[in-house]
Design a protein around this ligand. Sequence first.
Ligand SMILES: [Zn+2]
Length: 272
Amino acid sequence: MSFVCPVCHGELESFGNMKKCPRGHSFDRAKEGYYNLLLSKKGGMHGDNAEMVRARRAFLERGYYEPLAERVAERVLELTPRGGTVLDAGLGEGYYTDRVERALALRDGTSRVHGFDISKTAVRYAAKKNPRLSLAVASSYDIPAADASFNTVISIFSPLAREEIHRVLSTHGTFVFAYPGRRHLMGLKSAIYDLPRENEPDAAELAGFELIASDRLNYTVTVNGADAVRELFMMTPYAYRTGAAERDRLYALSSVSTEIEFCVDVYRKLFK
Ligand SMILES: [Zn+2]
């Protein structure tokens, strides 16, 4: 399977450096190897800005979220049949996607991992990180994929587009959903705010799905160095909401200790 035409959902065939559907809609291949399948004229200008994407990439490469990458890869290995298909919905710079792809490649050489993000900058980084990924710029709310075309879909810290994920999953396909737990980044928030609040849990019953597993990952890290502290702050939603005085107080720190709490829920697609 591969991505389909975002206009008519027809199959895409490769012609040199472009893909075309039978109706003649065509999409150029970017030099990094991904396709822009976003229909809006402002394609690629959506989503996280370039500075945030760069900060997130740099922070993730430091390894503080490694346990989450490991857990997600383990889950995908358990859930995906040999020669199966996986989609990362909102893959960012591909940190988790790359881990999943390498785990599957070690087990069998035939599973395929696709991913998309609405940020062109993020997809470009992902393409450079792992050229074996099939990548597109696209929206979670209009996934350019055929119905029932993936065994496993993962969504990590991304907006949850339940209906589209349900549509593209195969019968009995599984959905791995990772999101921040209540105490995630409390130490960072304490360094910024006088009265930090816990996160609202995101976990929910999802219509059309059955919850089959629910993991919690809890640990404490010390983020070392002003650059790393700044990168972590930049990749959180607080970067948009924090006043200059609080931000500067944080930026003056050379390390921050903080709780990390990830929730990793696994759902199975139910028959309607
Ligand atoms: Zn088309």
